[in-house]
Design a protein around this ligand. Structure first.
Ligand code: PPS
Length: 575
């Protein structure tokens, strides 16, 4: 039996002790873990984060941030911290035990709190991620309101693994993988880390890496948290499964890793190496711009393309795993084969499709050639991300009371229903106030709540492929921005400013409300005694004076068409 086959220590207690401890834990202060903390806790408990035995103490945190080492000198590049709210931290003192619960309230672990402190997050960002720049997803997370301001540190006693209902047979703890390698007699295993679907270039690369290292291959994709905007893990796993039979039988294993990535480039590569070592691997593929977060707020890369390889190499012996540097694979048209970029001969035609180009082709339903990917993978990607003309979207009208929002929204709804193809829902201001927000008034707080409710419903409709048309006043810029963010992660968002002037709205005074507002009989009336912050850059601004609603609705249709949202069958009727 080789070292990679030996079990690695876990933080779990026996089932019997866990049952007893759960009873005690029921009376302890308890913290509801965030999605990221659950990922971290799972790898802490199952040995994936060995040698850590809990969330970092203050001394370990300072040392990891400054030197990439725990206070005892062991290499560890990433702060694994339990961030909590001020309110929760107030009632906790070092020496106390707390229960850590999942989203459903199940107690997963007990933490013996030894440290409590307020971290300097700007410093953490500079040291760990290289810049205190909100364009970095992990820095944004650090400063985001969901990340608590106080850190708690201390040892963990594991009671039970977090539950996963998806792809159960494809998830392995470090010890399960070690036992699997032992059973199959695998002594050399090269791991491939990914957060993207595998296309032909990746298959070629991993196959070559395994051959070069004379090792078996572990495809070890991340299914915890990746870069915001990535393809969801459900789709990706179906894609990985489709590629598995392209490898020689019994040489390759697919296992899912519930890691919350930080996109920390070089430090992250070292961290990934330690995690794979814990999972029984002997080799690790590090590519160009490994775990790169993209561009900073100045439009430049956060890290150099080979910084991760350099840092990994520097620490390779200490990590205890050998790096297989990723060679960029490119397709040579004349040879109809993939080759490493540094083996291309003069005069050969190299073909490539960038990630951005691939997304464009998927979005517009265009051809993706066979030399680039496998038909099964392309089909899967198309199935979960249909072209824009079949995705859901939201049209969000905003404007003063009486500006004509509802009339235009109604006209648009009818035209879209005539075109067919997607279900259409109208969330008109008055209707929402009757059915969704009947208890709300017109204070800033209540208006924000009202608009956020509309945004939530619209985002659900958009996610499920429908069209949501919203027509509230929505007077505040920040709230409209929050709604945009909520919806844009699910599909397209079109903000339409119905820019009828206050004078014209007041002249029309369809409901007689302006008169009452002027007389002070209605308080906090938008435009009179409450502000309306006009959108600065809406997708469309409509002037309604001397223009009939039908024409206004048609302008929206044209805009939707130019955004690629309405092409395809059914549109002829709307034109
Ligand atoms: S908000 O600010 O977006 O939450 O407003 P909304 O839900 O669109 O509701 C606006 C309709 O409520 C009537 N109304 C008022 N509007 C503005 N300010 C005050 N104080 C107010 N009180 C009642 C008004 O008829 C609005 O309807 P529309 O369709 O916009 O004319």
């Amino acid at each position: 039996m080789s070292e990679i086959h030996m079990p690695i220590p876990e933080l779990y207690v026996s089932a019997e002790s866990a049952a007893k401890l759960k009873v005690d834990a029921g009376n302890m202060p308890s913290w509801d873990l965030t999605a990221r903390q659950i990922c971290d806790l799972e790898l802490l408990m199952n040995g994936g984060f060995a040698p850590l035995n809990g969330f970092l103490t203050q001394a370990d945190y300072d040392s990891v941030v400054d030197n990439m080492r725990l206070s005892d000198g062991k290499l560890w590049p990433m702060p694994i911290t339990l961030d909590v709210s001020d309110k929760f931290a107030e009632g906790i003192a070092p020496g106390q035990d707390i229960a850590l619960r999942d989203a459903e309230g199940v107690i997963l672990a007990i933490m013996s709190v030894s440290d409590k402190w307020s971290p300097d997050k700007a410093r953490e960002a500079e040291k760990v991620f290289g810049a205190n720049d909100m364009a970095h997803p992990a820095v944004n997370y650090l400063h985001n309101t969901t990340a608590g301001p106080i850190y708690l540190g201390g040892r963990i006693t594991g009671l039970q693994q977090p539950t996963h209902y998806d792809y159960r047979s494809r998830r392995d703890t470090p010890n399960e993988l070690r036992a699997y390698f032992r059973k199959l007699g695998w002594r050399r295993v090269v791991a491939f880390q990914t957060r993207n679907p595998l296309h032909r270039a990746h298959q070629e690369l991993t196959f070559r890496a395994a051959k070069e290292a004379q090792a078996n291959l572990l495809i070890h994709p991340i299914v915890g948290m990746t870069k915001p905007g990535d393809i969801d893990h459900f789709t990706r796993v179906r894609c990985y499964e489709a590629v598995l039979d392209k490898y020689p039988a019994a040489t390759t294993h697919l296992s899912l890793l519930n890691l919350a990535m930080r996109m920390a480039g070089p430090r992250e590569a070292v961290w990934h190496g330690l995690i794979r070592k814990n999972h029984g691997c002997t080799h690790f593929i590090v590519g160009r711009d490994h775990a790169g977060p993209g561009k900073n707020s100045q439009g430049e890369d956060f890290y150099g393309p080979y910084d991760a390889q350099d840092m990994f190499l520097e620490h390779q012996d200490e990590i205890g795993i050998e790096m297989v540097p990723f060679k960029m694979m490119v397709y040579v048209q004349e040879k109809a084969q993939y080759f490493p970029a540094d083996e291309i001969e003069e005069g050969e035609t190299v073909l490539n499709i960038s990630g951005t180009e691939l997304r464009r082709r998927l979005q517009e339903g265009l051809d993706i050639p066979d030399w680039f990917s496998f038909p099964e993978v392309v089909e899967e990607l198309r199935r979960s991300k249909p072209p824009r003309s079949q995705q859901g979207f939201t049209v969000f009208f905003t404007g003063l009371s009486g500006s004509g929002k509802s009339t235009i929204a109604n006209a648009l709804m009818v035209k879209l229903m005539e075109a067919g193809g997607r279900p259409v829902t109208l969330l008109d201001g008055d209707l929402v106030r009757k059915h969704l927000s009947s208890e709300l008034g017109f204070s800033k707080e209540h208006r924000d709540l009202n608009i956020k409710r509309i945004g939530y419903v619209a985002s659900e409709i958009t996610k499920n492929g429908g069209i949501a048309i919203c027509a509230p006043i929505a007077p505040y810029t920040a709230t409209r921005r929050a709604v945009r963010e909520m919806i844009e992660s699910e599909g397209a968002f079109l903000e339409v400013h119905v820019a009828t002037s206050l004078e014209e709205c007041e002249r029309r005074d369809r409901k007689g409300l302006y008169k009452l507002a002027r007389e002070g009989k209605i308080k906090e009336f938008t435009g009179i005694s409450d502000p309306y912050e006009a959108p600065e850059n809406p997708e469309l601004r409509l002037n309604t004076e001397n223009v009939d609603p039908d024409h206004c609705a048609h302008q929206v249709l044209l805009k939707l068409e130019s955004m690629g949202l309405l092409t395809g069958p059914g549109m002829a009727a709307a034109e």
